[in-house]
Ligand binder design. Structure first.
Ligand code: ZN
Length: 97
């Protein structure tokens, strides 16, 4: 059975960079969806795609970083609530005896 730390250390697979790119399986390229760009980047590596945003769309890049930061904060908050919920459940069960 998975421990608490194993349950909550799961890595997020999708990157928020994909809100700005669309991957073309046939061409093996990612199309930039930022308005008036439409450039193809020959990778689906989120880090490389982020570099494109950083170089060509600094404002989009900055916004993406702040969204990522927000998501991290929300994740931490829900994590704490779940652990607290489990803890409170244990307390209420033992109180019945
Ligand atoms: Zn672009």
């Amino acid at each position: 059975m998975a421990s608490f730390s194993e349950m909550f250390s799961g890595r997020k697979r999708s990157s928020s960079v994909w809100t700005n790119f669309s991957y073309d399986e046939k061409q093996k390229k990612s199309k930039c969806l930022v308005s008036d760009c439409s450039m193809f980047v020959a990778t689906k590596n989120p880090t490389n795609l982020k570099n494109h945003l950083m170089k060509h769309h600094r404002d989009v890049y900055d916004e993406m970083l702040s969204v990522e930061q927000e998501q991290k904060t929300q994740c931490n908050a829900s994590k704490k609530m779940k652990i607290d919920g489990k803890f409170l459940l244990i307390i209420s069960l033992s109180a019945e005896f």
